[in-house]
Design a binder for this molecule. Structure first.
Ligand code: AQP
Length: 340
């Protein structure tokens, strides 16, 4: 365990690999805003475009998705004056430290990552080397800032454990106490929002079917329709949380309600006990529209000003580099790299 004292600092990122989903919003972005507003941390939020390109991205779509993601951060409540908001590729220290960590991480560690296995599937030979090395770059994203806390959804837990392993191995190999052992922050009712048509799969921005997710750019009618058509079972809502066991689709809709309303799952169950899903889904649709439509409207407005978005990202990357560059220089000094 590291004895060094580190500035309380939050880092987290989202890939511009498609439109932002309700899963990204509830599992990550909404909590980024809470951490920013709590004023306990310096917050750094990153559009991780280098991660996005580990699978093919159409260039025009990458540009649009990056600007749209930036607009999403701001519309959801991230203040780019208070938090640092930027895209990863513009701060070269990420890729440089990522290479160092490629040399620290072991092949066996990477091969055990479930996201690698899921995304590479049966055809791992054809997957990019970048997809395999993804968690080492993610460790670099975090540790280039000596971040102490990383808010993420449940799916990223294993990558954060690996980040700690990489930090610990570097510290051990060089006999230093330089990188913090970062804490994952996985909290709230909606740390794993599931696919609307299959409650056993994660809601994902790259799922080929749009019916499986709510996009943060969906209009009110689309949000309501997707929720009304979400898969459920024929039973009414139970009167206790235990009654949601083995009912993944029901559990998912209850979690979404709890996440949107900032309530505990038990409160949502108590409010809706005995209700049939047809009525529950109507009320949930109203809640989702009330919470999400203002964000989507603001995103559309911001998207009319791409130059302003680019200016915000550029200023964010300057601020990010001010923190990351000295940490990378110290890393190289520890390793004995000659800085000519
Ligand atoms: N369904 C989800 N429920 C809760 N949290 C989620 N996150 C993603 N999906 C859910 C959280 O959002 C943050 C950013 O994720 P990401 O965009 O970097 O990548 P991802 O986890 O791989 O998300 P997607 O939507 O599934 O992207 P694609 O389809 O491109 O792979 C993370 O904190 C993540 O936990």
């Amino acid at each position: 365990m590291s004895d060094a004292t580190f500035t309380p600092r939050v880092f987290s990122g989202i890939q511009p690999s498609g439109g932002l989903t309700l899963g990204n919003y509830l599992g990550a972005m909404k909590r980024f805003v809470d951490m920013q507003d709590a004023d306990r941390f310096e917050c750094i939020y990153c559009l991780v475009d280098l991660h996005a390109i580990t699978v093919w991205q159409d260039p025009a779509a990458l540009t649009r998705n990056t600007r749209e993601l930036c607009a999403g951060f701001i519309a959801a409540g991230i203040d780019p004056e208070k938090s640092i908001l930027f895209n990863q590729s513009q701060v070269p220290e990420h890729a440089q430290l990522g290479w160092v960590f490629n040399c620290v991480a072991r092949m066996g560690w990477m091969g055990r990552m479930t996201q690698w296995k899921d995304k590479a599937g049966k055809n791992a030979e054809a997957a990019s080397l970048g997809l395999f090395a993804y968690p080492a770059l993610m460790a670099a994203d975090i540790l280039a800032y000596h971040a102490t806390h990383v808010p993420v959804g449940e799916d990223q837990k294993q990558h954060l454990e690996l980040t700690r392993d990489i930090a610990a191995k570097f510290n051990h190999d060089y006999g230093v106490d330089f990188f913090p052992l970062t804490e994952p922050v996985i909290e709230g009712a909606a740390t794993r929002v599931m696919n609307l048509q299959d409650g056993t799969k994660k809601m994902s921005k790259s799922d080929p079917s749009d019916r499986t997710r709510i996009n943060m750019t969906d209009d009110a009618d689309t949000i309501a329709r997707k929720i009304r058509k979400a898969k459920t079972d024929p039973e009414p809502l139970p009167d206790s949380v235990a009654g949601l066991e083995d009912r993944p689709e029901a559990r998912n809709l209850v979690n979404i309600w709890a996440g949107l309303a900032d309530l505990g799952v038990e409160d949502v169950v108590a409010q809706n006990a005995g209700k049939m899903f047809g009525y529950f889904k109507q009320d949930l649709a109203d809640l989702a529209v009330a919470k999400l439509a203002p964000i989507s409207t603001e995103m559309s407005r911001l998207m009319q000003e791409p130059d302003e978005i680019d200016r915000i990202l550029s200023r964010g990357s300057d601020r990010a580099r001010e923190i990351a560059a000295p940490i990378l220089r110290q890393t190289f000094d520890i390793m004995g790299v000659v800085r000519a």
